[in-house]
Design a protein around this ligand. Structure first.
Ligand code: BES
Ligand code: MN
Ligand code: MN
Length: 483
């Protein structure tokens, strides 16, 4: 392979000419790539649980070592929370001096694996299983986000093997707290602003349209997460001695929860819909042309029909409408058997997905006010905020987006679809705000990957396609000039 190393003065065209070889290299490395992904998946980097702190760090170190092996300068950077891996490569060939500088963002932390008993194999002992799309790897983090992080690392590895490095300057920022609120990310980005500077950010933490059709995500919903505890009597009470004569915090909480939506499943919190726009006719038409199947979307999760804001499709409900949901609720006696008790407090974990220009701070305040206004005498609410970030949409036309279109078409033989997603990636907003960079959201997950659920999986064909797509995208970007 040394004969194909370009001279340092290689023109953009010369570097780009290596792309077919780079793509062939991706293919010949597939087996080894799966072995590397499995090694990373074995590390239980659960960021929300302090019991796993050492494992989170081990995952960061694993990634930094891997990046060093492909010519990057890589560092495990200390933060106020879990470390952030930052790595740099100046790029090879003369194109590297003029081409856009790329920042890859991804996360190496994962969600907790519970409920463990529902996994068909242990979550941190990855297995290869045959399914309808061929072989898949089953493990916590398979698609969210380790498999997708490894897809761009494998692309960088192939460029390293064939050309001696990527054809554009590359920085990576891999965080270990995405699944638990990204507490350290913004302070870190302010501090490391100079070394993170670039022209375009590439994020691989979303999905494809289907296994044969790539997609570029152009909208993410925002998120406000509040934990609310209702306190009533000063201690747990005998429900016979006091029941019927005092407020029960669980009932108070239930009444409040049932007040959140009206008959049409619209959210009743005052001012909630400020900044929520109806879809433009153009977007509406584009989404209709996608041919989304409600029956498949719902059938996959065992539901006969949808539920939500009246007269809207599932696609609209998840991509363009805000929500208010309860994600967890507890209080009173939840052990075995019966206990006649009125618990002193009750808690609900409440999250809102935001769209458009909804302001996370205003939503937070409005939600608190809605709850406080419904408390009977003798009860008070205590709030703990677990994060607030706005919705985001990315430009639907730019030279980098055209490069991504071309790269995906080269690999999949069809143009990517522009899609929305109901999920949130707070980092994308921070990257725009602090570093002034737009992101390209190019993901390779499928709807049935069981993200955050037991038996999370990543189809190997998605992993391979993702790897080649990132390799091709780097090649395409090397032909552009920095703006
Ligand atoms: N990768 C997901 C976001 C996602 C999910 C994008 C599904 C597209 C489809 C990300 O890791 C995630 O889970 N985000 C959280 C954000 C939160 C923890 C701040 C989410 O959306 O709940
Ligand atoms: Mn993710
Ligand atoms: Mn996630």
């Amino acid at each position: 392979m040394t004969s194909s190393l370009p001279s340092p003065v290689a023109s953009p065209r010369t570097v780009h000419a290596l792309l077919p070889q780079v793509l062939a290299q991706c293919e010949s490395e597939q087996k080894a790539a799966v072995a590397r992904l499995i090694a990373l998946l074995r590390i239980p980097s659960v960021s929300t649980d302090p019991a796993f702190d050492g494992e989170v760090r081990r995952a960061a170190e694993w990634l930094a070592a891997d990046l060093k092996s492909m010519g990057f300068s890589a560092e495990v950077c200390k933060t106020i929370g879990h470390p952030i891996v930052v790595a740099h490569h100046p790029g090879i060939g003369s194109a590297a001096k003029t081409a856009p500088r790329v920042l890859f963002y991804g996360h190496y932390d994962v969600q907790p694996a519970d409920p463990l008993e529902l996994w068909t194999s242990p979550p941190f002992e990855p297995v290869l299983v045959e399914g309808k799309e061929g072989t898949r790897v089953v493990a916590r983090g398979a698609v969210d986000d380790k498999g997708q992080v490894m897809s761009f690392l494998e692309a960088l590895r192939a460029w390293h093997a064939i050309a001696g490095g990527p054809p554009v300057p590359v920085t990576l920022m891999l965080e270990g707290e995405e699944e638990s609120g990204s507490r350290s990310l913004e302070p870190f980005m302010h501090e490391a602003k100079d070394q993170l500077a670039g022209d375009i950010c590439i994020v691989s933490d979303t999905g494809m349209w289907d296994a044969n059709t790539p997609a570029i995500t152009t909208r993410l919903r925002g998120l406000v997460y509040i934990e609310c505890t209702i306190h009533g009597p000063m201690r747990d009470l005998h429900s016979g001695m006091y029941g019927g004569a005092v407020p029960n915090p669980i009932q108070v909480l239930a009444d409040i929860i049932s007040s959140f939506h009206d008959q049409d499943r619209r959210i009743t919190v005052a001012g909630f819909y400020e900044g929520v726009d109806e879809l433009s006719a153009q977007t509406k038409a584009q989404w209709e042309s996608l041919g989304f199947s409600d029956a498949e979307f719902l059938g996959d999760i065992g539901l006969p029909s949808g539920f939500g804001e009246r007269d809207r499709s599932s696609l609209e409900r998840t991509w363009s409408r805000p929500t208010l949901e309860v994600n967890g609720i507890f209080g009173g006696y939840i052990g075995k058997g019966a206990k006649t008790v009125i618990g002193a407090h009750a808690t609900a974990k409440i999250s809102c997905r935001l769209v458009g220009r909804q302001d996370p701070e205003r939503i937070t305040a409005a939600l608190k006010a809605h709850i406080n206004a419904r408390l009977p005498a003798g009860c008070r609410a205590e709030f703990e905020l677990h994060g607030a970030n706005p919705a985001l949409s990315v430009r639907e036309s730019s030279p980098c987006l055209t490069a991504a279109n071309n790269a995906l078409e080269m690999v999949y033989g069809c143009k990517p679809l522009l899609i929305g997603t109901g999920g949130s990636i707070p980092a994308v907003g921070s990257i725009k705000q602090i570093l002034g960079m737009d992101s390209l959201l190019i993901g390779f997950g499928l709807d049935d990957d069981c993200v955050h659920s037991p038996n999370e999986k990543f189809e190997l064909r998605c992993f391979y396609g993702g790897t080649k797509s990132h390799a091709a995208l780097l090649g395409e970007l090397s032909q552009l000039s920095r703006t």
